[in-house]
Design a protein around this ligand. Structure first.
Ligand code: TYM
Length: 343
């Protein structure tokens, strides 16, 4: 990450990423995103992290639950180790420039680009005529999130790669159409052993907060017993653990559990297998459960503590929004000027 951040752009390196406050946080969000954000914050590169509540309402959200989930997401960021003194942490709707730049990008992006997005196809499904217009335009707003800060690097899980590539297409088309070199072409940063954490019940499906089966995922707010139970019941195959990564090929469930262990313990898959190769899952699962509880339960307790006084979170969000707007306002103003708007 460090190396990529320092070399790949003529623009000042800047990191941006976001998470939707749409339901609880999963182990996938933690390992694929949050933990990696925390690992980046001491690299000296300016980092900006967002709660994307405007993305969340592209599908129905109960208003009270959305508000609660936004606070909880902010608490989750901080409890995971993100320091609002080192990174900018804010909520999307408190920075209206996102929606403003999003509109400009709605006019740059093409319908065909949006129709190709796998997430649109998955989420809208056969009922696309009934999906919200916001769900269709979602990637243009995501491009606005990133480019409003001239961000150069976007740490995400594997499932967001296509959206970051679309952001690159929007930046390229904008620069080309208006004959400028105004927006950077941001890089997706997808690194580590947990960029695609899979369902505990089906190794071919992503672990997701929207999966109807709660047993398919570990939620950051699950208590220790629930975490241990879900891992104990996780699907595996009858073989034992191999001593090299190659032995996990074509064994998606086994690979997933080893990847999770490696990411939680900050080891490579080979290091993990050097220790546990030859063991049966009946031995490995309790080790994984113990590690998961050791790493996740302090986060959950800290979230509970932070949620007890949401005025503290309000203060963090107000400060973050002001810092974000300091960067966003001149970039939006210049965009309007380039486009020919008087505003
Ligand atoms: P969202 O809210 O679905 O997920 C937030 C982050 O968590 C990662 N993630 C996973 N990583 C590994 N394994 C999993 N099973 C898993 N599930 C989720 C996601 O890849 C993501 O990094 N569109 C985005 C939010 C967004 C955004 C942005 C991200 C809006 N604007 C600008 C980056 C930059 C989303 O829905 O993520």
């Amino acid at each position: 990450m460090n190396e990529a951040v320092q070399t790949s752009s003529a623009f000042t390196p800047r990191v941006f990423s976001g998470i939707q406050p749409s339901g609880g946080l999963t182990l996938g969000n933690y390992l694929g995103a949050m933990k990696r954000f925390v690992d980046t914050q001491d690299t000296g590169v300016q980092s900006i992290y967002c709660m994307v509540d405007q993305h969340a309402i592209t599908v129905w959200q109960d208003p009270e639950k959305l508000r609660h989930a936004t606070y909880e997401l902010c608490a989750g960021y901080i409890a995971s180790g993100l320091d609002p003194e080192k990174s900018i942490l804010f909520n999307q709707s408190q920075v209206p420039e996102h929606a403003q730049l999003g509109w400009v990008f709605n006019c740059v992006a093409r319908m065909g680009w949006m129709q190709r997005m796998t997430q649109w196809k998955d989420k809208a499904g056969k009922n696309s005529q009934n999906a919200s217009l916001g769900l269709f335009a979602y990637p243009a707003l995501m491009a606005a999130d990133i480019l409003l800060y001239h961000a150069t690097h976007v740490p995400v899980g594997e499932d967001q790669k296509q959206h970051v590539e679309l952001t690159r297409d929007i930046a390229t088309k904008f620069n080309h159409d208006y004959g400028v070199d105004f927006f950077p072409i941001p890089e997706p940063v997808i690194e580590g052993t947990a960029t695609r954490v899979m369902s505990l019940r089906d190794g071919s499906k992503k672990m997701s907060k929207s999966d109807p089966s709660d047993a398919s995922r570990i939620n950051l707010r699950d208590d220790s017993d629930t975490i241990a139970k879900k891992i104990r019941k996780a699907k595996t195959d009858p073989e034992g653990l191999p001593s090299e990564a190659k032995g996990l090929e074509d064994r998606p469930e086994a690979r997933n559990l080893v990847n999770i262990y490696a990411a939680l313990n900050e080891q490579s898959v080979d290091q993990v297998l050097a220790d546990v190769g030859g063991k049966q899952f009946s031995e490995f699962k309790p080790m994984l459960a113990e590690l998961a509880v050791e790493k996740l339960s302090p986060i959950s307790s800290e979230m509970t503590r932070l949620m007890a006084d949401t005025s503290q979170i309000d203060a963090i969000l107000a400060k973050g929004a002001a810092q974000a707007r300091d960067i966003a306002t001149p970039i939006l103003k210049e965009t309007y000027k380039i486009v020919g708007m008087v505003g």
